[in-house]
Structure formats: structure tokens, C-alpha cells
Design a protein. Structure first.
Length: 151
């Protein structure tokens, strides 16, 4: 018995509305924050744009826009206001991996952290995302998110 590994083309998957649900778990295993994201994606000539609308468990709201460019050989480049420089992505089969430095709101200010992000498309159009968040090589925690298209 085996499972089907879906074909993943991010430009197609993110073209339309998606719902995502996630949480931040600190390095001690404690859930610190939970959230829901409504995502509106649209394809562009060279990639896609994501408009993200976050609602957190404490009532906080946040918006973010990603502009993603598809490059050669399964590489992607992502730009976002809170990303230092740009995010570098690599698509391998059904997995899109990202690395980027991000200005994360923390303790009333923005702290630069490193995201090491892995997004894996699963059967049924569900995507599972795990991002390790670190500072100076020390793991601060992980973000776990599931995505699904909204019909």
C-alpha cells in the first residue's frame, strides 16, 4: 500500500482563496499563540502574489503581502515588507523549502529572526507547513500551519 504524492506547482496552488490555521510552539513545547489566515492569491506573469489576513487568538490582526517570483530550476524568490532582503525557495517534488530573515513583532518591537520553512503538499490539496524560528542559531520555536483551498 502506498500514498499518492501530488504534483506541486506553487503558482497553481496559490491561485485563488485559501484558508490556513496555525500555531507558534516555543522551544519548550508550549503553544504560545494560535491563528487563522485568509489568503487571497493570484498568479502573475512570473510567479504569484499572496495577500494574507491574520487573526490571532488574542484578537490581534495582521496583514502581509508576499510577491513571489518563479526562477529557473525550481527556485523561487519571495519578497515581503518584513523580510530582510528576500526569501529563497526551492521546490523539490511536492515540497517547497524557504529560508529568510524576518522582522518579527516581539516584546513591543521587531526582532530579526531566521525562518527555515518547509511546505509539503499532501493528498486532498492540504498543505502542511513547518517553520523553525531561530535567533543567533538558537531555536526559539516552530510555526505549524495547514492550508486548504476554499471552494
Amino acid at each position: 500500500m502506498s500514498i499518492d504524492i501530488p504534483t506541486f506547482l506553487p503558482e497553481d496552488y496559490f491561485d485563488g482563496q485559501l484558508a490556513a490555521f496555525g500555531m507558534f510552539i516555543d522551544r519548550f513545547g508550549t503553544v504560545q499563540r494560535q491563528f487563522r489566515v485568509t489568503i487571497e492569491g493570484r498568479r502573475t506573469d512570473d510567479g504569484f502574489i499572496l495577500d494574507e489576513y491574520f487573526v490571532y487568538d488574542d484578537g490581534a490582526l495582521e496583514t502581509r503581502q508576499w510577491i513571489v517570483t518563479a526562477c529557473d530550476d525550481g527556485l523561487y524568490r519571495g519578497e515581503c515588507a518584513d523580510v530582510l532582503g528576500h526569501a529563497t525557495g526551492r521546490l523539490t517534488d511536492n515540497v517547497l523549502s524557504w529560508r529568510y530573515k524576518f522582522n518579527l513583532p516581539m516584546f513591543g518591537r521587531k526582532v530579526t529572526v531566521l525562518f527555515d520553512d518547509v511546505m509539503a503538499l499532501q493528498d486532498g490539496s492540504v498543505m502542511v507547513n513547518r517553520a523553525k524560528v531561530s535567533k543567533w542559531g538558537i531555536l526559539l520555536g516552530e510555526v505549524l500551519i495547514t492550508f486548504r483551498p476554499v471552494s
